[in-house]
Design a protein around this ligand. Structure first.
Ligand code: AMP
Ligand code: MG
Length: 321
């Protein structure tokens, strides 16, 4: 239902323990009452998400953090003050009110305030913090349109609020600043450069192997159903009649016999490219091709998060992943 007219009903569904998919500025979230362990369990079921992958809790207002969590370390508070509402998720100690299932048993909790008025209105109307991972099945492409949510999760969701395509198109940046110097656990819509400008040096530690503290950082994730490979320089034509798709940054590849081509940003704008990334991958995935070849984008700003997602999507399809 349209997000404008659906907020009151969606809020009562959340309060009753139901699941609501809703737009944020990053991607569509699959929300449940974060104070309700059974509601949170439904998120894991609907997404077929492994129980070790913790959820991000969403608040309506930065001022609500103190009420839920109490005082937070100075560096965390400074980031919240500077970047909320916005695509920055912060790690704090898990408060007793949040059941352990939400954090997959971790004693820490990921939390943010989305920069999307309708999402904040929904959370405020529900009157509870809302746990919301991306509204897709685990490991698959993230949803940037309501249509992606319906195609991926369909009947598993009680209400899907449709607010059109999301503005950023890529997930939040996750930062642990409890120790002072911020540690970036997942690259995302808030560029590292912007963090550094605001608070000085940060440590970037995405994709660290081993036990995933942030499973959005699992090596294999964000994948289309079609095998995806990152382009390695000039791409020769397949020459054997196979249908292949190409994901380009700013221009169509010269030559090659591509059955489908998506250009992320003819103007070469990384913000536009990030906003269109998952939508373009959803379209290539539906184009009936046997392989998607994706071109990396310049590795600066939000381009780093785009390349991170392409690398993880490709890892899903590599036997050595
Ligand atoms: P999603 O919203 O589906 O993109 O996934 C949420 C992301 O937040 C995952 O990568 C989680 O691992 C990460 N996350 C949630 N809670 C924590 C936490 N306490 N510490 C580190 N990362 C977290
Ligand atoms: Mg996700």
């Amino acid at each position: 239902m349209p997000v404008e007219s659906g907020i009151a009903e969606a809020a009562s569904v959340l309060r009753a323990g139901g699941l609501v998919a809703f737009p944020t500025e990053t991607v569509y979230g699959l929300g449940a009452n974060a104070l309700d362990a059974r509601a949170a369990a439904r998120i894991f079921e609907a997404k077929q998400r492994p129980s070790f992958d913790p959820l991000i809790t969403h608040l309506a207002d930065a001022a609500d953090l103190a009420g839920l969590v109490g005082p937070v370390p100075e560096a965390v508070a400074a980031l919240a003050e500077r970047f909320w509402p916005g695509p920055l998720t912060l790690i704090v100690d898990r408060p007793a009110a949040i059941p352990p299932i939400v954090t997959s048993g971790l004693e820490t909790m990921a939390v943010r305030v989305p920069d999307e008025a309708s999402a904040r209105a929904l959370i405020a109307a529900a009157g509870v913090p809302v746990a919301a991972p991306s509204a897709n099945r685990f490991g698959q492409l993230s949803p940037t349109r309501a249509e992606h949510v319906v195609a991926g999760l369909g009947g598993a969701v009680d209400v899907v609020l449709d607010g059109g395509p999301t503005r950023c198109g890529i997930e939040s940046t996750i930062v642990d600043a409890r120790g002072g110097r911020p540690v970036v656990l997942r690259l995302g819509a808030l560029p590292v450069e912007t963090l550094v400008e605001a608070v000085g040096p940060v440590t970037v530690r995405p994709g660290s192997s081993g036990q995933p503290v942030a499973p959005g950082t699992l090596a294999a994730h964000y994948a289309p159903r079609t095998p995806l490979r990152v382009a390695g320089g000039a791409e020769p034509a397949a020459g054997d009649g196979t249908r292949r798709g190409f994901l380009a940054f700013r221009e169509r590849p010269a030559g090659g016999d591509w059955a489908a081509v998506e250009v992320l940003s003819p103007g070469g704008d990384l913000t536009v490219a990030a906003a269109r990334l998952f939508d373009a991958l959803h379209r290539l995935d539906a184009a009936g091709v046997t392989e998607i070849v994706a071109e990396r984008v310049p590795d600066v700003g939000v381009g780093r998060a785009v390349n991170d997602r392409l690398g993880r999507a490709a890892a899903t399809w590599r036997s050595d992943a």
